[in-house]
Design a protein around this ligand. Structure first.
Ligand code: 5GP
Ligand code: MN
Length: 350
């Protein structure tokens, strides 16, 4: 297709896209729902919520994650049936090849699903993307519902379900998955992306059965002893503060993670402690995992970390929360980050 065709398809009004999706869901289909690599509560919660809704409409649905994720998400309904591509490529491939529809949730470009993208691209299924990241790749799917202003994919998905007239299918399980997605992507309703609409939707989810206090507990108050001690180590031994640049770094090598018997999800949220220090507006968390140096970038106000992630670390994300990877060692990455702080001194200290 010519790029102009993708642009035309992308720019169609929401109403038209919704009615097209509704037509596609008119009779039972084989459906795959996939999410970005290392899915968080927003990605996985959205996928499992949509899966539960579509199953009630008699579709044959499989959620496929590119790789495994944190165990504090395992409580979500349908988790036990998620196919992990990196662990069972053959099965994931077979299901994907056979699919009529593939939903792409909580990511804006096929590069975010690593090598599973080849499988998705080789399938003849119609692709539907629902996402809230900026700079969507308009060639990634046939139908794209993208709203970077939305705090979470879960909130956007709630609105899509509502517009499809499937709201009556949001049961307790669905509402809890969506609640978890909105809760985590808004930092428990505190980020500036949280609006009155977010609170209205959250109120509806509670009315539909979401046990809000239980979900906070399952996600935030579920640390292993090792995770708690690793956090202590990060804060006591590994935090570097640059007060003159209003910036901070926390870094961990693979060896250090091993010492604390690192499990997926154990470092989630660590970067926020650096950002919570008075005066800090740019916080960077660096960790070497499975031989790859990953960065989490967070900021306050209008300092755009997604631009830094894109320019320096082959990544991206949101204005105040982004990520990427570094080709350098942990120590060299720290040096690079410090030079980025210095380059941006004007914006960091204004
Ligand atoms: P985290 O720091 O929690 O891993 O990621 C924060 C946000 O940054 C994610 O929600 C996602 O939007 C974005 N992000 C993280 N890693 C990458 C990456 O490797 N590439 C891109 N494009 N975005 C990323
Ligand atoms: Mn999200």
């Amino acid at each position: 297709m010519f790029p102009i065709v993708f642009l035309f398809l992308f720019l169609r009004p929401m109403k038209e896209k919704i009615s097209e999706i509704k037509d596609l869901l008119q009779n039972p289909k084989d459906i795959v729902i996939t999410v970005h690599r290392g899915p968080d509560a927003d990605a996985l919660g959205s996928a499992l919520a949509l899966s539960e809704v579509l199953k009630q409409l008699n579709h044959n649905v499989t959620v496929i994650s590119p790789n495994d994720y944190a165990s504090f998400l395992y409580w979500m309904k349908g988790n036990d049936q998620v196919v992990i591509y990196s662990e069972d490529k053959e099965k994931a491939q077979k299901i994907t090849n056979n699919a009529d529809l593939i939903f792409l949730l909580d990511f804006n470009s096929l590069s975010r699903i690593s090598d599973y993208s080849d499988v998705v691209e080789n399938s003849s299924a119609i692709r539907i993307m629902i996402d809230h990241h900026q700079e969507v790749d308009i060639k990634a799917a046939n139908i794209i519902i993208s709203d970077p202003k939305s705090c979470s994919t879960a909130q956007l998905l709630f609105e899509v379900i509502e517009n499809l007239e499937y709201k009556h299918l949001i049961n307790k399980d669905v509402s809890e998955c969506l609640y978890a997605g909105i809760m985590t992507d808004t930092g428990s309703f505190k980020y500036s992306s949280t609006t009155s609409k977010t609170h209205h939707i959250i109120a509806e989810l509670i009315n539909l059965g979401a046990d809000n206090s239980k979900i906070h507990d399952l996600i935030y108050d579920n640390y292993s002893e090792n995770r708690t001690k690793l956090l202590g180590y990060c804060l006591n031994d590994k935090l570097q503060i640059f007060p003159e640049l209003n910036s901070a770094i926390i870094s961990l090598t693979e060896e250090e993670l091993k010492k604390f018997n690192f499990k997926k999800g154990d470092t989630e949220g660590v970067v926020n402690y650096a950002l919570a220090i008075k005066g800090i507006i740019f916080a960077v968390f660096i960790a070497e995992k499975e031989g790859v140096v990953k960065l989490s970038l967070r900021s306050k106000g209008d300092f755009k970390v997604n631009e830094i992630a894109k320019k320096h670390f082959s990544g991206g994300g949101h204005m105040n929360a982004s990520g990427g990877i570094s080709e350098l060692s942990v120590n060299k990455t720290i040096e690079k980050v410090i030079s980025i702080f210095k380059e941006n001194k004007k914006n960091l200290t204004k």
